[in-house]
Design a protein around this ligand. Structure first.
Ligand code: SF4
Ligand code: SF4
Length: 443
């Protein structure tokens, strides 16, 4: 794609990067076929190619974002299916991230929108606030039934619709908190390695059992696990809301505490059980590339960050102790490929191979490239598109008749579980079960 940035504009490293990305696009349109919003809405401006044009116009002409641009960028899930499909290697992620930051800085959203986004950006990354808000949501849930239902699904939802979506997502009860930052879990038997395990923010409130399963599997296989003190949200939530000031502050704070831990006790990896977080931590090196104080350290941390399945691939897991549960002795797992894992981190085989080797019958879900609609705060901000995607995902999952559904991202797990009675678990919970831990859901 031909671009026309001035030399003055190109002196800005972000614009220079955008120019490089835009020039790689040959507007072939292959990406439209795998873009969930284009598949649902059929509007070119809700496709990657259409959004690329909108962003190009905005950046090149140095125009403030228009309501039209904001509408179509807001509808993007940042699922990155377009990056997997693109034959020219267009880095849509870095382009749309830049557009979101510009929108956040230069576009004045209606007051209600600003308030909702500010609440989400403040509450979700803070486990204490998030826990309190879930209790409040439980109280407010009966009121949700009194709020009017939209007559038809809308791609521009009202505040009432968003509040209903938020209340519907709040779980009925919360588990007790997991172990605190600063805890160390020694290896069982001879120590073969030492890792930090990201504690996460929403996940540690909603499902501390996930990291417990990871700790079980790792320590059982000779890996010492540390939960680093003073670690905070990775920044993914506010990054996707376009608030890079907050996201980068969190990245810097985490880099500082992880580096200190690596210097003190050594770290082979920083493991992540929430693939949405993993994708952003692996991008810290890029996000802080212009920061002279943090660029080098950020790049090192990005190299250390690994998804739990990626790390376990390099370890010979214990033979399976699985007592199979299906009628013919098999246990069918539908593997839901989280977008952040398959498109963001290009990890497609490791989780499935680990599950297969552990004795599960793993089934791919048809249309597995399409997002389930979770996408961070998307299922709150765009509930109608998100619900349509979830229902499509559930219909596809139903075709493989699973005993359980496995995923590597808490957001997808919550989204999918909201529409099915089939148990939805994290891949690591199944690996824990197969190597001597409890059956998921039994404790
Ligand atoms: S597939 Fe890639 S090159 Fe083709 S239009 Fe989409 S982003 Fe551009
Ligand atoms: S990130 Fe997903 S929703 Fe956004 S343009 Fe790409 S494929 Fe479409």
């Amino acid at each position: 794609m031909k671009t026309e940035f001035s030399l003055e504009q190109l002196a800005d490293p972000d614009i220079a990067e955008a120019d490089k990305i835009l020039r790689a696009c040959v507007h072939c349109g292959f990406c439209t076929a795998t873009c969930p919003t284009y598949v649902l809405l059929g509007d070119e401006l809700d496709s990657p190619r259409g959004r690329i044009y909108l962003i190009k116009e905005m950046l090149e002409k140095d125009r403030p974002p228009t309501p039209e641009v904001v509408k179509h960028i807001d509808r993007c899930l940042s699922c990155l299916a377009c990056m997997t499909t693109c034959p020219s290697g267009v880095n849509y992620m870095h382009l749309v991230d830049q557009a979101r930051v510009r929108i956040e800085k230069e576009f004045r959203r209606p007051l209600i929108d600003r308030m909702l986004r500010a609440v989400l950006g403040r509450v979700l990354p803070d486990p204490k606030l998030f826990r309190a808000s879930v209790w409040l949501a439980r109280l407010g849930r009966p009121l949700a039934a009194l709020l009017p239902e939209p007559k038809t699904p809308s791609a521009t939802p009202s505040l009432v619709r968003r509040i209903k979506a938020m209340l519907a997502l709040a779980p009925g009860k919360l588990p007790a908190p997991g172990p605190a930052g600063g805890s160390v879990f020694p290896a069982v038997g001879e120590q073969r390695g030492r890792v930090a395990l990201l504690q996460g923010c929403a996940q540690q409130v909603l499902a501390p059992r996930i990291n417990q399963a990871a700790i079980n599997v790792l320590t059982r296989h000779g890996i010492e696990v540390v939960l680093v003190k003073d670690e905070q949200c990775c920044g993914a939530l506010t990054h996707h809301l376009g608030d890079d000031r907050d996201a980068l502050a969190r990245a810097r704070a985490n880099i500082a505490v992880w580096r200190a831990e690596a210097e003190r006790g050594g770290l082979d990896a920083i493991l992540v059980t929430t693939s949405g977080c993993g994708t952003v931590i692996k991008d810290y090196g890029y996000l802080l590339r212009e920061d002279p104080d943090f660029a080098g350290a950020a790049a090192q941390i990005s190299t250390l960050a690994k998804d739990i399945s990626e790390y376990l691939e390099g370890i010979e897991l214990r033979s399976s102790t699985l007592q199979k549960g299906g009628q013919d002795g098999s246990f069918v797992v539908a593997y839901h490929a989280a977008c952040s894992l398959q498109h963001g981190q290009k990890i497609t085989q490791a989780p499935k191979e680990l599950l297969s080797k552990s004795g599960f019958v793993v089934k791919d879900v048809p249309e597995s490239h399409l997002c389930c609609g979770s996408a961070g705060t998307y299922n709150i901000l765009q509930p109608d598109i998100a619900t349509r995607l979830r229902d499509r995902k559930l219909a596809n999952i139903a075709t493989v008749k699973p005993d359980m559904i496995a995923a590597g991202n808490i957001g997808c797990m919550m989204q999918i579980a909201g529409g099915t009675s089939v148990p939805v678990v994290h891949t690591i919970e199944l690996l824990d079960w197969a190597t001597g831990g409890p059956r998921p859901g039994s404790n």
